[in-house]
Design a protein around this ligand. Structure first.
Ligand SMILES: Cc1cc2nc3c(=O)[nH]c(=O)nc-3n(C[C@H](O)[C@H](O)[C@H](O)COP(=O)(O)O)c2cc1C
Length: 212
């Protein structure tokens, strides 16, 4: 058997950014609740459809995070789908606040009740997937959570998500890259036709947005 040597293929580093780019990481804000009813919110992008029938979602949650603690405690979560207008709030919600602090209040986001689970939906987001955890499984420093989808909803103005204009109105925000140096941390996001770079220096942020 002859093996053709392809000269137009390059090896890529097996690192977080390559995995993110090839794995496709749309951003969600996951809301969870403690048993005492206090709310937690955090951005999550390692999430995918695990099954259509039954409808199930798989998310990967770091076991050091409050989201993990809450899911183990109350077994429910909501995936809130944000647009690029919420990049600053996503940055606030990714901060490591002490357990019990409500990131929605910190980011000035508005909670409203979900239909089938206790953690709230976020008014400023565009669509919502409500889940009950079926099982969890440890992988590395994270835990996979398989969620049964209990309800899905979207803002009225997005309309029919199954039509092309609905999907375009939803305009999923994609997490492309995260870099950290001594002076700064930088997150890059993309949406249809636009790229957004958030740079954090000394606790202050700048967001640059441009067409692609
Ligand atoms: C865009 C983005 C995507 C993220 N995706 C994940 C993820 O999929 N899983 C995870 O465990 N952490 C993820 N993180 C990090 C958490 O959001 C962050 O560590 C947060 O402080 C955890 O909050 P918590 O302790 O309230 O759960 C992500 C952060 C950002 C900014």
């Amino acid at each position: 058997m002859s093996v053709r040597v392809l000269t137009n293929v390059v090896a890529l580093p097996v690192d977080d950014d390559t995995l993110r780019l090839l794995g496709f990481c749309p951003v969600t804000l996951v809301t969870t609740m403690r048993r005492d009813g206090s709310v937690n919110a955090a951005p999550h992008s390692r999430a995918t459809i695990a099954s259509y029938s039954p409808p199930q979602i798989l998310i990967s949650v770091n076991t050091a995070h409050d989201t993990y603690r809450n899911i183990v405690e109350t077994r429910e979560f909501v995936m809130n789908i944000p647009g690029a207008d919420l990049i600053q709030q996503i940055w606030i919600a990714q901060k490591h606040f002490p357990y019990g602090i409500n990131e929605l209040e910190q980011a000035q986001l508005t909670a409203f009740p979900a239909e089938r689970v206790h953690p709230p939906r976020i008014k400023e987001c565009k669509a919502y997937i409500e889940c009950k955890a079926e099982w969890t499984k440890f992988v590395g420093s994270s835990c996979l959570v398989l969620g049964n989808v209990e309800a899905i909803s979207a803002r009225k103005e997005i309309g029919n998500l199954q039509a092309a204009d609905g999907a375009i109105a939803l305009n999923r925000l994609i997490f492309l890259s995260y870099r950290k140096s001594e002076e700064a941390r930088r997150w890059i996001f993309a949406e249809i036709g636009r790229i957004h770079t958030l740079t954090e220096r000394n606790g202050r942020i700048e967001i640059h947005s441009g067409r692609i």
